[in-house]
Write a protein that binds this ligand. Structure first.
Ligand code: ZN
Length: 159
């Protein structure tokens, strides 16, 4: 495993649409492992492949349990709407308030190529939405009602 460099806002790669993964090969597995390592190193709870310069539809999430490694994630359904605070490893030192669905149904492939469906709620649903937005070149700052300096850096985890 190796750490990868996190791309920052202003890097054009963050604005591009990522391509679907057609085959789970060793490069994808290595990417997933590297993303988990990089996410932990940066104290992030989510990371999308374009944030490390790879335009593939791959995200990793770690909210304190086993890390989720999701390939080609698709949000099938959304329910409700809730306001919450977000930050992003690619937009350091800022936080903003974003409306996200309360509950989603998301389908993806795991690293074994198995189809997984989850119905995350609350914060986990928020993290999925944030990371999937990255795959379409969207940053949370595009959607935020307001963005401010993140003064409590220890409290706000960056996704
Ligand atoms: Zn982000």
């Amino acid at each position: 495993m190796a750490l990868r460099k996190v791309r920052l806002d202003g890097d054009p790669i963050l604005r591009k649409r990522s391509r679907e993964v057609s085959e789970i090969d060793d490069r994808i597995l290595e990417l997933l492992d590297d993303m988990v390592e990089t996410m932990r190193h940066e104290n992030g709870i989510g990371l999308a492949a374009p944030q490390v310069g790879i335009l593939k539809r791959v995200i990793t999430i770690d909210v304190g349990e086993e890390p989720i490694k999701a390939i080609n994630p698709v949000i099938e359904e959304e329910e409700g709407s809730v306001e919450g605070l977000e930050g992003c490893l690619s937009v350091p030192d800022l936080a903003g308030t974003v409306d996200r669905p309360e509950t989603i149904t998301v389908t993806f492939m795991n690293q074994k190529g198995e189809t997984v469906q989850m119905k995350p709620m609350g914060y986990l649903a928020r993290v999925f939405c944030h990371e999937i937005d990255h795959l379409d070149g969207v940053l949370y700052t595009d959607k935020a009602k307001e963005v401010h300096a993140n003064v409590n850096e220890d409290e706000d985890e960056e996704i």
